[in-house]
Design a protein around this ligand. Structure first.
Ligand SMILES: Nc1ncnc2c1ncn2[C@@H]1O[C@H](COP(=O)(O)OP(=O)(O)OP(=O)(O)O)[C@@H](O)[C@H]1O
Ligand SMILES: CC(C)(CO)[C@@H](O)C(=O)[O-]
Length: 285
């Protein structure tokens, strides 16, 4: 049995985004989102061979296998010249707008950093994770978002871009997910991306209410709202609950004490809170 290290990274719900023009140098996106208190825990173990196993924890505590192999994590570890057995565990659904590809990269790299004494600081970890996300089209702005907490507005692309972080989102955030919308399928679709680009407005919220207004306006203009999402949004509107579509996943996130009750009529509800913190490293010899 080799030594292990464990690290956690929160999830990130994107409310609006726009891909940065790669001609301008830095790759990624600008946009807004919420760093949330549930995300991905990675356990990294010394090994002679590289392997990644993704696990899902259910509401009743049972654990099931999601998939094995994760090209973004394998690529990042190869870049660092390390081999390890990686196990990621999450309570949240995959491919559903929680930025889990970024969270699994950041938690796995944080754990590897401490296990192998790589000496990377948080910016160094984020740089490798961001590069891997861009390479696999699995995210644009999630890594930058997850370098800290709060509900945020990213005004420049990349991990060194200006990020406004606000922390006064005190009520719970309820999320319902109807199924995955693989990030690659949207980012790799020029028509969808053109519509998304025209839906984007260069504004930053100062309050949670403004955050949900900007998210909703973007979602309405993005061309991504399905019939199922529309019916949930209508119900939220009728009950004065701020709500919008999770980017990128076929789901709805809604704000405040009454949101859970309304969303529960449509399926399993994930109850989250804004996280004040981004990813972290913890040693576990
Ligand atoms: N929990 C996880 N553990 C390990 N690898 C993951 C995990 N989630 C996603 N990945 C890797 O990221 C790839 C792309 O995932 P995708 O971007 O569709 O999911 P996501 O990040 O959960 O979605 P979103 O970015 O919309 O929240 C997956 O094929 C997988 O290789
Ligand atoms: C593209 C994206 C919506 C995928 O989660 C996110 O990375 C973002 O906001 O850039």
């Amino acid at each position: 049995m080799g030594r292990t290290a464990v690290a956690f990274c929160p999830g990130h719900i994107s409310g609006w985004f726009k891909r940065a023009d790669p001609k301008n140098g830095v790759k990624g996106s600008v946009g807004g989102g919420i760093v949330v208190n549930k995300g991905v825990t990675s356990e990294v173990r010394e090994s002679d061979a590289m392997s990644v196993q993704a696990l899902k924890k259910e509401a009743d505590g049972s654990i099931s296998s999601l998939f094995s192999g994760s090209p973004p994590i394998e690529y990042a570890f190869e870049k660092l010249g390390i081999l390890a057995e990686v196990i990621t565990t999450t309570r949240l659904p995959a491919g559903s707008g929680f930025g889990l590809s970024a969270a699994s990269l950041l938690s796995s790299l944080s754990a590897a950093n401490s296990l192998f004494d790589l000496g990377l600081d948080n910016a160094g970890i984020a740089k490798i994770a961001h590069e891997s996300e861009i390479k696999f089209n699995s995210g644009l702005g999630d890594v930058a978002a997850l370098t800290g907490g709060g509900y945020i507005c990213r005004q420049k692309p990349g991990i060194m871009g200006d990020i406004i972080r606000n922390y006064d989102m005190n009520d719970s955030i309820s999320v319902i997910s109807f199924g995955p919308l693989p990030t690659e399928s949207i980012l790799g679709n020029p028509k969808a991306m053109e519509k998304i680009s025209s839906a984007f407005r260069e504004v930053c919220p100062k309050t949670p209410a403004e955050f949900f207004e900007i998210s909703r306006e973007f979602a309405e203009n993005s061309g991504l709202i399905s019939e199922r999402i529309r019916s949930v949004l209508l119900k939220c509107d009728q009950n004065n609950i701020p709500a919008s579509m999770t980017m990128l996943g076929e789901g709805v996130f809604a704000y405040g004490k009454n949101a859970e009750r309304i969303l529960a009529g449509f399926g399993e509800v994930y109850n989250l809170n804004m996280s004040k913190y981004g990813f972290e490293t913890r040693r576990n010899d």
